[in-house]
Structure formats: C-alpha cells, structure tokens
Write a protein that binds this ligand. Structure first.
Ligand code: MG
Length: 287
C-alpha cells in the first residue's frame, strides 16, 4: 500500500531514526520549526513500521506512517482543540483565576482527572464557580490567552494549500470567537456561557447554554465542518492534547496528539512531543 513516512523534529533527525527506511525516495528539508523527512514507500504493515520508527527516533521526534489519501495528497481540513493545543492556556483556568476561584476549579479538575467526575459534570461544576462575574471579564481575560508557538504559522500554511482550518473547544465562544476572528480561522465551535442582567450589568449565570462540547460532540463538529467544507473525512486531520479529543482524533483520517498525556499520545496516529503547532503541516501535507 502507498505509504508516506514523515518525521519532524526541532533538532536534526538522527540517521538512526531512518534506519528502518529504504532511502528510496527520501525528501528532507528545514521547516521554520526545525527538520522534516518524508519517505514514500510501499508498506503492508504500517503498525510495525510505526513502532520501529518510534523506537529508533526516540522521544523528541514526531513520527507518522500515513496511508490512504493523505499519503500523497493534501489534507483538505485541519481541526484543532484549543486549550493546551491551539493555545498554551486553559480558558476555564484563566476565568477562574480572575474570579479568585483558581483553587476551587483546580480541585474539580483533579477530581475529573481521577475519574470521579465525567467531563460534562466537571465542566458544569467549574462553570458554576463563575456565577455572578461581570461579562467584562472576557475583555480582561482574552489578552491572557496565549497562542501556542507556530499556531499562526499553521493557519497560514493550511490556507496557502487552499485547505480549511478551525477549532472545536471545551472552552467558551466568548473567548474562542474573538480568537478565531483574530487569527483567521474558517470555523469554530465552543461552549456558550449563559449571561443575564443583574443590577444594571451583564453577568454570568454560572451555567452553560445548550449542548456541552464534550468528547462525542468534538467528533460531531469535525464531521459537520468537513461536510460543510465538502471535504471527505479521508482528507481530514484532527489535533488535540486531551482524552476528550480521542474520538475526534479517531474520526479524522489522521489524528495528531499534541504535547499530550501518554494515554492520548498512545492512541493517536502521530504524537508531536514538542511545542510547535506548525509541525502539524508536515503531516497534513506531503510537501
Ligand atoms: Mg485541550
């Protein structure tokens, strides 16, 4: 089967990382974030090749063994998670810190990570701590959202290839919307924080309005945006760092874990272990 092997790293890729390859059609170049190697080959056992390449390349190199349409063709759509993927920050933490509820929210997050709460319940409880905050909090917190290095470069690279890029987020439209506008994303989806008027000012109700963007919904968003863009899932790439991104990563033709926890990294097709989001372009486009 036609297969593309792609390796990407901020540092030069060591020769040992390539020892499993035949060097028949190797293309190597320097990208803004570092170094990329592509090799195109025939491969009937991509899983074994991936395991071997990962072991040879070591923990600092992102390794992809890509078959199907993306082996030789461009991705048509790239869908990213936001918190700790497109941004280095987590929106709920920024809002909670601003409200003086940082410790309370961190305790709920930890309970969720221990498996005591599911994502939707933990989100509801964390959002409840924001009740009564004036909506001016969004203007104050927005500048503290920090783009991941390479995020703007990834948007530019995707648009240069005529493809689309957007985000789906367990964060909030009131922050993700302005971010999407600022960096020129083609679409976004996020939770809506409820607001109401109290004593002449607009405040948060402490509730999420409508469906919660959870693990299942992120995957549905990917399907919806791909269908809207006329891009088959066989040409879709998804990127995320968390367990709630895993269904979306599995739905896309290529699922990329980004600076992820081991459980997410292990289940994705590719893990980018260094903090440059534009490395995604090396996997989404064959060069
Ligand atoms: Mg995340």
């Amino acid at each position: 089967m036609h297969t593309r092997v792609t390796l990407a790293s901020p540092a030069p890729i060591p020769d040992v990382a390539l020892s499993a390859l035949a060097h028949a059609q190797v293309r190597a170049w320097e990208a803004p974030f570092g170094h990329v190697v592509h090799e195109f080959l025939e491969c009937d056992d991509p899983e074994s090749l991936r395991t071997r390449l990962r072991a040879d390349a070591g923990p600092g190199v992102a390794v992809g063994v890509i078959d199907g349409e993306l082996a030789e063709g461009d991705a048509g759509l790239v869908m990213c998670d936001v918190d700790s993927t497109f941004t280095t920050t987590e929106a709920i933490d920024l809002l909670a810190e601003h409200a003086g509820k940082g410790a309370e929210v961190a305790a709920i997050t930890e309970a969720a990570m221990r498996g005591e709460l599911d994502f939707a319940e933990s989100l509801r409880r964390r959002v409840a701590t924001l009740k009564g905050l004036p909506t001016t909090v969004f203007d104050e917190v927005y500048p503290r959202m920090t783009l991941t290095p390479g995020a703007r470069e990834l948007v530019a690279a995707v648009h240069e290839r005529g493809a689309r890029i957007g985000v789906t987020s367990g964060g909030f439209t009131q922050l993700v919307g302005p971010l999407a506008d600022e960096v020129g994303l083609d679409f976004f989806s996020a939770n809506v924080l409820g607001t109401t008027r109290r004593e002449g000012r607009e405040v948060l109700t402490g509730e999420v309005v409508g469906d919660i963007i959870d693990r299942r919904r992120k995957s549905v968003d990917l399907r919806t945006f791909a269908a809207d863009a006329g891009v088959p899932l066989s040409r879709a790439v998804a990127v995320g760092d968390g367990a709630n991104d895993l269904t979306m990563l599995a739905t896309a033709a290529l699922g990329i874990a980004f600076c992820a926890k081991p459980v997410t990294a292990a289940q994705a097709d590719v893990h980018v272990p260094f903090q440059r989001l534009d490395a995604v372009a090396a996997f989404a486009f064959p060069g």
